[in-house]
Design a protein around this ligand. Structure first.
Ligand SMILES: Cc1ncc(COP(=O)(O)O)c(C=O)c1O
Length: 393
């Protein structure tokens, strides 16, 4: 029997649930793209996005997904023959490194674990073993969406400084932006990358790149700059047309502005981080309550490395694909498949427009499906999550 015929819930780690207000802003007639309201809305978008990443640096908006933001960065900063150091952590740092490699940049790695954050001491030792200018940049992911491990950006910056490295620090916050605390300038980050479709509550289609003056300066005169992504062209834009290297993505601009207004109405990004922390704690409490020695368990071992945007769950001998199928087909809740080991892993996205009903509804559905499968679980995850949420009400 299927009970899914009501309002469905998407609990994958992006794209996330989109607010009705954002979707309504999307659906509008096309305005003049050279004068009038669009210019103000675009300016407001740029103004509102900088405090989200806690930076006073430059901001560039790409028309594309997170990959387009990676490409923009590569094209502006790296020369062919440069070497970057990729801090492996789960899936996405490695994939980023692969895209950079295709551009003729050499890639070196510090290998990491799927269950723990990048080891800052290992990064220090690697950098210290090389001349200070050996690496053009260090590439890391803040929260890896496959593992839900949150890496300590400030610790990596400290390791780079202690090793005397002149590399730029580049951080992929595609999963974490708008969910997990992030302070680009305080943490000494040169390039921060995000996209619209997760914590920033706007349908897929915009990539965001925040860049320090140092990063912009480093890229000037590079031999493989690409006109479409060129930062200087955008910095010196006289028309909004040049800010986007062509026709602006009008509907996305209005929608993203609406999402950022919602963040301000909530009390600013700090309030949004606090909401995510409570909801993520509730999810983790549920997983702990379900856990058994050979069954369900949290992927991340160290509580200091939990990401508040997504939780990766190991299921041991419980068939995670069957669990996902029952949740989706039977109840209209889509959970994320495990990227590294789909039959024995799943992910719960808790990013952006989420609150107790969406989280408890998701957890309750998972628990019901676990019961339906006769899966061995320790106790009620819903009760544990309700306790966490109740303590915050
Ligand atoms: C951490 C991280 N980096 C990069 C990407 C790639 O982003 P996109 O799929 O928008 O190109 C994702 C997508 O989920 C991600 O979670």
């Amino acid at each position: 029997m299927s009970l899914r015929h009501g309002r469905e819930t998407v609990a994958i780690p992006g794209p996330s649930i989109m607010p009705e207000r954002v979707l309504a802003a999307f659906r509008m007639a096309m305005p003049n793209i050279y004068d009038g309201e669009l210019l103000d809305v675009s300016e407001e978008l740029f103004d509102r996005l900088k405090p989200i990443a806690k930076t006073e640096g430059h901001l560039f908006v790409t028309i594309g997904n997170g990959h387009s933001a990676w490409e923009m960065t590569t094209s502006n900063v790296f020369n062919a023959g440069d070497t970057v150091l990729v801090l492996e952590s789960g899936r996405f740092a490695t994939v980023w490194g692969e895209t950079v490699l295709l551009s003729g940049v050499k890639v070196d790695t510090v290998s990491g674990s799927d269950r723990a954050p990048v080891d800052a001491a290992a990064v220090h030792d690697k950098l210290a073993s090389m001349p200070a200018d050996h690496y053009a940049a260090v590439l890391m992911v803040h929260v890896d969406t496959a593992t839900s491990v949150r890496n300590d950006v400030a610790a990596i910056r400290a390791a780079m400084d202690a090793a005397g490295s002149s590399a730029l620090l580049m951080v992929d916050c595609i999963a974490s932006m708008g969910c997990d605390e992030y302070r680009m300038d305080d943490w000494g980050v040169d390039v921060t990358i995000a996209a619209s479709q997760k914590g920033l509550m706007t349908p897929p289609g915009l990539g965001y790149v925040w860049a320090s003056e140092r990063a912009v300066e480093r890229g000037r005169g590079n031999d493989r700059r690409n006109s479409y992504f060129d930062w200087d062209k955008r910095i010196n834009a006289e028309l909004i047309y040049q800010n986007y290297s062509g026709t602006p993505p009008v509907s996305h601009i209005f929608a993203a502005r609406e999402a950022l207004r919602m963040i301000e109405e909530e009390g600013g990004i700090e309030a949004v981080w606090a909401r995510h922390a409570v909801l993520a704690d509730a999810v983790r409490a549920a997983v702990r309550a379900w856990s058994t020695p050979d069954g369900i368990d949290l992927q991340v071992c160290d509580p200091g490395a939990y990401g508040n945007c997504v939780t990766t769950v190991r299921t041991g001998s419980i068939d995670a694909l069957e669990l996902a199928r029952r949740c989706e087909d039977g109840a209209g809740v889509t959970i994320g498949k495990g990227l590294m080991d789909p039959p024995s892993m799943f992910r719960i996205g808790h990013m952006g427009h989420t609150n107790p009903p969406t989280i408890l509804g998701t957890l309750g559905t998972i628990e019901a499906a676990l019961h339906a499968m006769g899966a061995p679980i320790g106790g009620s995850g819903v009760a544990a999550a309700a306790d966490v949420i109740g303590a915050a009400l």
